[in-house]
Design a protein around this ligand. Structure first.
Ligand code: PRP
Ligand code: URA
Length: 209
């Protein structure tokens, strides 16, 4: 799939193993996810466009660079919040919008409950953050909300994806590049990714215990 990039850095693979482990408690899960998000941010921002500037060192003038397009991070609540800290560490001037969505347990369809975006989405690079791309319903809805508000350049970043979710998102929004650290085998009957890492929101916030 040409709009799918798998992030396969060895340190990401190591961290994903810790995140998959059922014995990893919430406090460790949160800190490992934050570190992984920073590693992912390097990969995701590899194609950023730069603008040349002049910088004065203590000795003379030389050429430097600034990032051309403003960056807006859009975590999908709740679990996407677990990726924000790591991204902001690498992109400190990013603005952050929020999309509140949960999956109805019966229908698996996304239900929205909160939307708040920075202004001027049109000229920015929007990076949607959600650790899990399962059926793809939440991702498709999130990208649709952004496009309806004028966003033009959108990346979708997940930690673990199921083939069905990648298909759904890339068919609905072929212009959106998808990043993930692992393309897992399949979904179970309840829409959970196998092997996956369980319920990401519960594991980050300790609400499954
Ligand atoms: C999880 C996850 C995604 C969504 C993925 O959120 O964080 O947003 O499910 O599933 P999908 O691809 O089938 O839409 P959840 O609904 O559990 O909400 P939470 O983050 O608040 O726990
Ligand atoms: N949401 C999760 O948190 N985990 C899954 O495996 C699927 C959806």
């Amino acid at each position: 799939m040409k709009n799918l990039t798998i992030i396969s850095h060895p340190l990401v693979k190591r961290d994903l193993t810790l995140l998959r482990n059922v014995k990893t408690p919430s406090n460790i899960f949160r800190s490992v996810l934050r570190r992984t998000a920073s590693l992912m941010a390097y990969e995701v921002t590899n194609g950023l466009r730069l603008r040349g500037v002049t910088v004065r060192t203590p000795l003379e003038r030389t050429k430097g660079y600034v990032v051309r397009d403003p960056i807006i991070l859009i975590p999908i609540l709740r679990a996407g919040l677990g990726l924000v800290g790591g991204f902001v560490e690498v992109i400190p001037d990013a603005r952050v919008g929020h999309i509140g969505l949960y999956r109805d347990e019966e229908t698996l369809k996304p239900v929205d409950y909160y939307l708040k975006f920075p202004k001027k989405l049109a000229g920015a690079l929007s990076i949607v953050l959600d650790p899990m791309l399962a059926t793809g319903g939440s991702a498709v809805a999130a990208v649709s909300y952004l496009k309806a508000r004028g966003a033009k350049k959108i990346l979708f970043v997940s930690l673990v994806a199921a083939p069905a979710g990648v298909r759904h998102l890339s068919r609905s929004h072929p212009d959106v590049q998808i990043y993930t650290c692992a393309l897992d085998r399949q979904l179970n009957a309840k829409g959970y990714i196998l092997p996956g890492l369980g319920d990401a929101g519960d594991r980050i916030f300790g609400t499954g215990e």
